[in-house]
Design a protein around this ligand. Sequence first.
Ligand code: ARG
Length: 469
Amino acid sequence: MKKPLKNQTYQLWGGRFEKSPGARLEAFSRSLDFDYRLALADIQGTSAFARALHSVGILSRAELQRALGGLDKLSRDLASAGPDLFRNAPEEDVHTFVLSKLRQRIGGLADKLHTGRSRNEQVALDFRLWLKEAIRSAQVALRGLLTALADAAEKHPTIVLPGYTHLRRAQPILWGHYVLAYFEMFRRDYQRLEACFASADVLPLGSGALAGSGFAFDRDQLAQDLGFSRISRNSLDAVSDRDFALEFLFAASLCMLHLSRLAEDWILYSSEEFGFLELADDVSTGSSLMPQKKNPDSLELIRGKSGRVLGSLVSLATVLKSLPLAYNRDLQEDKEPVFDASAQLIAALDLAAQVVQTATLNPQPMQKAASVGWLCAADLAEFLAERGVPFHQAHQIVGKLVLDQTKAGRQPLDCTLADLKKYSAIFDKTSLPLLTPASGVARRAVPGATAPARVRQALREARTWLKTL
Ligand code: ARG
């Protein structure tokens, strides 16, 4: 007769062992401290599995009803439970925890619920159920940011600011055009998450430990019961596939990278050096030493956390690299990066939306920056090219003009027609408006460009798309 397991902790295995695992391994392998987040998904999966067990004759109708009643009650009890309840529990993982708690309610019937089921398929199922919800929450947060960006574009239809390349003033653009560039990035993120949802939306249950279940479950019925649109096609793959998690981490990382670019821009734009915008007090912090400081910590943290989420992507990719088929315990390392990335992503999106909603624009420094630094040079060169001057030559002519005027400390608005004519007789009075940023903006009117009518059109399209979400 083998010794009873330590402290009689409920465990889903043990018959072939004479001793329970050592304390070191037990502590090292314990996952309940983080996989408790899967508790409700686990109960949902176990309830569907109980119905499947009834349909193959393992559970009587009365047993099924009793099991479902117990699971439902457990689910309601756990819905409001914090991490502490799980932290102090002796069970090794969430799957054991759920059955152990159920056993306290419905007795030995709980032991029947794992008939023909492996934790390998169970954890894959729970993780997919959890991730599908997390993706939906991230999309809700993204929608908040997208709406804030559309509002910000709409609020200031005529403000012109410099567009930058190499962080040097390049060409004037409309504020709305600038903001909608970020709208496009986050729209792609939204769509990428939709693709992630489809990848996660595959039922692995019925795969057993690796070879498929020996019980004749109706897997399509199980999929329907659990809200999956498809079932996995290969049991070996199904228990070891974490592509869906990696895809989510990539989508989350890319979204965080987009957030980090916005953060970087606005940290600069809200600095004294730029002065383009002012961040609201409730997304800024002060210094413990320098009383005058108003620091953009919200955006700096968003920028910093983008590194952390990218780290999670690399972490899981490295776990999956070279992993032999099928399930290996390494896969337990899949969850923490995903849980963390999901939490950081949603928090960063919510905060970014608040930053965007509450920022105040300073139109004057923006407009001034757009009219200082010869941002109209390309427009002048294109004016000459339209009138037959080969572009390379036109480029040289305007380059010389900019060189001379810059040396003389003159800006476009200081120039007269006579000044322009010194460089080419082709310049006429219709070229003078080109010296103002607004006309440079208006000239760029192809689809996707910064002309006011195009930006209005882009904004309308953005709003229409937002309504479909
Ligand atoms: N905790 C495990 C995981 O996260 C699931 C249980 C499977 N464990 C096992 N030894 N087969 O992957």
